[in-house]
Design a protein around this ligand. Structure first.
Ligand code: ZN
Length: 301
């Protein structure tokens, strides 16, 4: 109840009467205000993706916490999880980025060929297109959520079939060394959108780390997708979280946090309040799109 009230206060819904489609992306309506900032579906998509150059440009690889490292580009997140039994790569992103990710892994002092398991957040090309090439380069096992298998079958750069070595379902775990990752089905953005959780140690303390899957709603929310998101918002809000990560680093303000790393002091990635920020924004947008859809339907009846 408290949450609902908070969302109502924080969100102003402006239903625009004419469609204002942006080029090649999401619409410029509805418009919502969350924490004093205005968002549209298009502004969230632009925030996530940046430019084509941003999607390809290496971001300085760096340690996030414990055995978890950032190895992605300026806007597409990839993570390396290092264990004594080999390493895990989360999100290969576009196939063209795989050599850049390999370069980041090497710059951190690790071997790309030590990657034993490849995971992804969801079956869209900007997160999992590189799976076939990364597997070819490492021999790693590709683990995917059952509900994303049909969509992955369509992601085959250069005609290469999407590699799938293990199919998991909600609640399954993936272990390597002493690291255990748990898969949480947080569907909506794709049918098999997967939020991964694990723990990481820093200064003798264990922290809950959440690799969130995008909660960005599509332009048209079908009753099935509505049901998925309603369940997923609940699931995500119930996850223990000290460190919020995501498939696009803008979802947790990585560029700002990375800049604060250089200043020293406490680890900026340990940021409990940040854990619900992206969920609040995406749920507010989801509700605004639903309201707009209902209003449009009412107008035609
Ligand atoms: Zn996506």
């Amino acid at each position: 109840m408290l949450l609902k009230r908070k969302l109502c206060l924080a969100v102003t819904l402006i239903v625009m009467d004419s469609p204002a489609w942006s080029q090649g992306g999401a619409p410029n309506h509805p418009s919502i205000v969350v924490d004093g900032q205005t968002y549209t579906p298009n502004s969230i998509l632009t925030r996530n993706m940046g430019t084509a150059a941003d999607q390809a440009e290496q971001f300085p690889p760096h340690k996030i916490i414990g055995n978890i490292y950032y190895v992605g580009t300026k806007t597409l997140a990839s993570y390396l999880i290092v264990t004594p039994a080999g390493n895990v790569l989360v999100n290969t992103t576009y196939e063209a980025n795989v050599p850049t990710i390999a370069k980041s892994v090497a710059q951190l002092g690790f071997k790309f060929s030590d990657i034993k398991i490849i995971l992804g957040n969801h079956a869209h090309g900007d997160h999992m297109e590189g799976d076939a090439l990364a597997k070819q380069m490492t021999g790693a096992q590709v683990v995917v959520m059952a509900e994303d298998v049909p969509a992955l079958a369509h992601i085959k750069p250069g005609g290469k079939p999407h590699p799938i070595d293990r199919v998991i379902t909600d609640g399954d775990t993936v272990s390597l060394g002493a690291t255990i990752l748990t898969a949480h089905l947080t569907a909506g953005h794709t049918r098999g959108c997967t939020t991964w959780t694990t723990t990481a140690m820093e200064n003798g303390k264990s922290y809950n780390v959440v690799f969130g899957c995008s909660l960005r709603a599509p332009t048209v929310i079908t009753p099935e997708i509505e049901k998925e998101f309603n369940a997923s918002f609940k699931t995500v809000r119930a996850l223990p979280c000290d460190v919020q990560l995501g498939d696009h680093n803008s979802e947790y303000g990585m560029i700002d946090k990375h800049a604060r790393l250089a200043a020293g002091g406490s680890n900026p990635y340990i940021d409990k309040p940040s854990c619900s920020r992206e969920t609040d924004l995406e749920e507010a947008m989801f509700r605004a799109i639903l309201a707009e859809q209902a209003a449009a339907k009412g107008a035609t009846n």
